[in-house]
Design a protein around this ligand. Structure first.
Ligand code: UD2
Ligand code: MN
Length: 634
């Protein structure tokens, strides 16, 4: 059949700038600082000069035309009265981010287009499948939740958005219980549904409940049009794809089309956008580097640099990247494939581990997982999780145990101090394994005997789907993963190569902190393993202040030790450790806004208290602020 494809779906419905009844924050602060519903530049007099100078504005953020970065205008966070203070304090307590600014931003705002310029030249097929967006939330700040919803409505063509399904995981906050349902009924399109769990289920079962409400019927705004001159008409196959989002996100321009395209080509492809950073303190939206997902033997998710081979190709920086794992919150997947692949493990509770479980399952059972650099979605990264589990259990440990027993074969990490530990529950002899005394069981010895429920169904699922072994996954999908113990391949290439060939030096010089005019040095002696780093007066004759930056992205002080972070406890300050050559915790990149980015934890190096003489440093969510600006001086 030949002929032109006709898309019968309507252009983007507009639900922008709807009047809000009763739900907007009622705080009496000066109107000039209240730019809600403002989609163009806001004109705050104090900002005028700044705006004129740099010429552009995104809501409350100002774009720096040189670096394409954004800068936060501190006026948004000002406290004018006690009530403001209360909103701010309560917000931090309940949500671990600045609710005062979130409320002031309102439900719509522009965000900077953080895509690579080449993404804007891309075109996507006209007959993309449409999506059901599932957003599960528990005690979310209403303004953040509704900004998530409106960003989807504002930036998604209507014919691609079949529905939004909000799953309230039994929230206790009054506005979520009452006002939200009123708002959904009266202010949002009919295609937005609100489902309420009778009891707290956690995000894993919550998402499954959301997905089960996704309908597969044709959307009302899609018609089958027959036209004499057209051979083929396209009916939007409504709700074919499930898109999961956290409840504190903002989608960027053209976010959905690049996600749907690879799924249309192959429904066994699962895709993630690049997760941009929305600062918990300022709500500033900034771009994330394109990195891919990995994990460590403590079963903690981490970011890895993309291997060069993945980046080389005709599409360059815009090409989809194969990712061994996903971060968890933001992804799109064919609905039937989600069901066929076993949804999620319903025995997992509240939070944690499901992202590695679904990642292993996708790769081991015949699918693939991609990160799509041209799709960008911002997410508020908080410094702590503001909620616990109902019984106070460590659900991450429970969930990780389940996934290890179902998917990791002989690679479960259950050897303590060199002694194998056989699991009673799984009836398997654990051979193994990677011994990492600091990372998991050594830290949590009580987990050795902890029960993790019945996993029979999941083991059967794995058999039914005829999934490959975990060894296959490691060999083919994540060969960079370091393995020690009986499963180690001999010889281990990284260490061998390292002894023979030192990584090429890219730069040698001082790490200068722009705000304090100080240099990064060892707190004690630079050869002391585990020693902290601090900023001190620069001394250009002192070899102990000289860093090497090499092609492996390592920062080595005085040719001795590498700057390193703990992957399991990113709140620990960076320290100097023996260079291990396996990337991750010792990989740093220099990025926009003079940031020094730690790849594995996805955070930036900063001086904790720039006015204090102590000069302590830490890693924190990147926000482009002055304490996070560094310069490598050769
Ligand atoms: C990350 C993921 C998150 C999830 C988690 C591991 C991203 C951006 N986020 O942590 O989606 O995969 O790792 O489990 O990749 N929620 C409920 N019920 C609960 C607890 C949470 O509905 O009992 C909601 C919550 O309101 C939020 C979502 O689940 O919308 C994810 O929770 P989170 O934001 O606390 O997780 P995050 O981003 O720390
Ligand atoms: Mn989240």
């Amino acid at each position: 059949m030949s002929g032109e494809i006709l898309v019968s779906c309507e252009e983007n419905q507009s639900f922008k700038n709807v009047p809000i009844k009763g739900l907007e924050p009622q705080r009496p602060f000066p109107k000039k600082f209240y730019p809600r519903f403002t989609r163009g530049p806001i004109h705050i007099p104090e900002l005028q000069q700044k705006e004129n100078k740099i010429g552009n504005s995104f809501g409350n953020h100002i774009q720096d035309p040189v670096k394409g970065e954004i800068e936060f205008s501190p006026e948004m966070g000002m406290i004018f009265n006690e009530e403001d203070q209360e909103v701010r304090d309560l917000g931090y307590q309940k949500h671990a981010f600045n609710m005062l600014i979130s409320n002031r931003l309102g439900y719509h705002r522009e965000v900077p287009d953080t895509r690579d310029a080449k993404c804007r030249e891309k075109s996507y097929p006209a007959d993309l499948p449409s999506a059901s967006v599932v957003i599960c939330f528990y005690n979310e700040a209403l303004s953040a939740l509704l900004r998530t919803v409106h960003s989807v409505l504002d930036r998604t063509p209507a014919h691609l958005l079949h529905e939004i399904i909000l799953v309230d995981d039994s929230s206790e906050l009054a506005d979520l219980k009452k006002d939200l349902s009123e708002y959904v009924k009266t202010q949002l399109p009919k295609t937005t549904k609100l489902v309420r769990n009778e009891k707290r289920e956690g995000l894993i079962r919550g998402r499954m409940i959301g997905a089960s409400h996704a309908t597969g019927v044709f959307a009302l705004n899609c018609m089958f049009v027959f036209h004499g001159t057209v051979d083929l008409c396209v009916v939007c196959p409504a709700g074919k794809v499930l898109v999961f989002l956290d409840s504190h996100c903002e989608v960027n321009e053209m976010w959905l089309q690049p996600l749907l395209t690879p799924i249309r080509e192959d429904p066994r492809t699962v895709v993630c956008p690049v997760i941009d950073i929305i600062s918990a303190d300022t709500l500033a939206y900034s771009s994330s580097p394109v990195v891919r997902g990995g994990f460590n033997w403590g079963l903690h998710f981490k970011w890895d640099l993309v291997p060069l081979a993945e980046l080389e190709g005709p599409q360059g920086a815009t090409a989809p990247i194969k990712s061994p794992t996903m971060a968890g919150g933001l992804f799109a997947m064919d609905r039937e494939y989600f069901n066929e692949l076993g949804q999620y493990d319903s025995g997992m509770d509240i939070w944690g581990g499901e992202n590695l479980e679904i990642s292993f399952r996708i790769w081991m059972c015949g699918g693939r997982l991609l990160i799509i650099p041209c799709s960008r979605v911002g997410h508020i990264f908080r410094k702590r999780r503001p909620y616990g589990s109902p019984g106070g259990q460590d659900t991450m440990a429970h969930n990780s145990l389940r996934l290890a027993h179902v998917w990791m074969d002989e690679y479960k990490m259950m050897q303590m101090n060199g002694r194998s530990w056989a699991s009673q529950k799984a009836h398997v002899t654990v051979l193994i394994i990677h011994v990492n005394k600091e990372q998991y069981f050594a830290l949590r010895p009580e987990l050795r005997t902890r029960s993790y429920g019945n996993i029979t169904d999941r083991v059967e699922l794995r058999k039914r789907l005829n999934c490959k072994s975990f060894k296959w996954y490691l060999d083919n999908i994540y060969p960079e993963m370091q393995i020690s113990g009986p499963n180690a391949k001999a010889p281990q290439p990284v260490f061998i190569n390292r002894a023979q060939k030192r990584p090429k030096i890219i730069q040698r010089g001082r790490l200068y902190h722009l705000q304090t005019n100080k240099c990064l040095v060892a707190q004690g002696h630079p050869s002391q393993k585990g020693g902290l780093v601090v900023v001190r007066e620069c001394d250009y004759n002192d070899q102990n202040q000289v860093w090497i930056y090499n092609e492996d992205h390592e920062l080595i002080l005085n040719n001795l030790l590498c700057l390193d972070v703990s992957e399991t406890r990113s709140s620990d300050p960076p320290r100097l450790m023996k260079c291990h050559g396996s990337g991750g915790s010792q990989q740093w990149t220099f990025g926009k806004n003079n940031r020094l980015y730690q790849v594995s934890v996805g955070q930036c190096l900063k001086v904790v208290d720039p006015v204090s003489h102590k000069g302590y440093v830490s890693v924190a969510i990147c926000d482009g602020s002055l304490p996070q600006q560094w310069h490598f001086e050769s």
